[in-house]
Design a protein. Structure first.
Length: 278
């Protein structure tokens, strides 16, 4: 795979990550082949991603660093206020901001049911057969016995009623873990060799999945999930071995520009359509 190694080096790509591998192939190619690292860092996100980042930060600081809840909420609301988004909707902005505090509280309550000495954002590294790059990621929470991935959920703000008011829709948390989330945490388990779990949290509910209540966390199923991620990485590796020219690759990949959020970034959409010949 010498060509893949050379082409990855020319792109300054030194590793895969779980989040990279879970993106659609065309999205990954555009973001990691067509864009520079600096351009990627400036990609704007939607309100849900902005909300999730703020909530993650708050739960981590309370659980792992002992912050008071008031300090965590104030800090997270400030972080939420500062991050740029793809679209501007003052009512959505306000509705989500108001739910940061109860969401943080729900996540903290769940993690404190079984108090542990957690570390946060610890890096993991996993090398898998036939891959020329390692998979590197950062885990939300890890202790001596478990690695936990946190997923935030929030509903959509409904269209205005006749009286002009808008309400935030209820969000039902999953009754079983989402496959892509299993694949992500399976990578963490393979790298750390401790029990994995996934916590889904919203402003009005919280649920945890692990081997005690979900077959997806049995070792054979986790191994299958890691293999699916390895295959995703191999597909990207073969693509880069063929070419690291985004215009060449854009001619053989099809991009779904109707996706609800992957192509929302106004700063890069014209370049994307040019590359994919749309």
């Amino acid at each position: 795979m010498r060509d893949a190694i050379t082409n990855f080096e020319e792109l300054n790509l030194t590793h895969f990550s779980p989040s990279q591998l879970l993106k659609p192939l065309a999205v990954w190619m555009f973001q990691y082949v067509a864009l520079t690292a600096e351009q990627r860092s400036k990609i704007k996100v939607g309100y849900k991603a902005r909300y999730g980042t703020a909530v993650h930060f708050g739960i981590q600081r309370v659980v792992a660093e002992g912050w008071e809840m008031e300090k965590a909420v104030d800090t997270c609301q400030t972080l939420y206020d500062l991050r740029e988004t793809t679209k501007t909707d003052d009512e959505v902005f306000k509705a989500y901001r108001e739910k940061i505090a109860p969401c943080i509280q729900n996540g903290v309550n769940e993690l404190q049911k079984n108090p542990q000495e957690y570390e946060i954002e610890q890096s993991i590294r996993l090398e898998l057969p036939d891959l020329v790059l390692p998979i590197i990621g950062f885990v939300d929470f890890i202790s001596d016995t478990e690695v936990t991935d946190l997923k935030t959920k929030i509903g959509n703000l409904h269209k205005p009623k006749k009286d002009g008011t808008r309400t935030l829709g209820n969000i039902k948390l999953p009754t079983e873990p989402i496959e892509r989330d299993i694949q992500q945490v399976a990578i963490y388990q393979a790298a750390t060799h401790v029990n994995p779990s996934i916590i889904y949290v919203s402003h009005n509910d919280c649920v945890r999945f692990d081997k005690t209540n979900c077959e997806a966390f049995h070792q054979s199923n986790l191994d299958d999930a890691v293999e699916k991620m390895r295959q995703r990485a191999l597909k990207r590796q073969k693509l880069i071995a063929y070419s690291n020219d985004p215009y060449v690759l854009g001619g053989i990949l099809e991009a779904d520009f109707d996706h609800p959020f992957y192509w929302d970034d106004e700063d890069n959409i014209d370049l994307a359509k040019e590359i994919f010949k749309v």
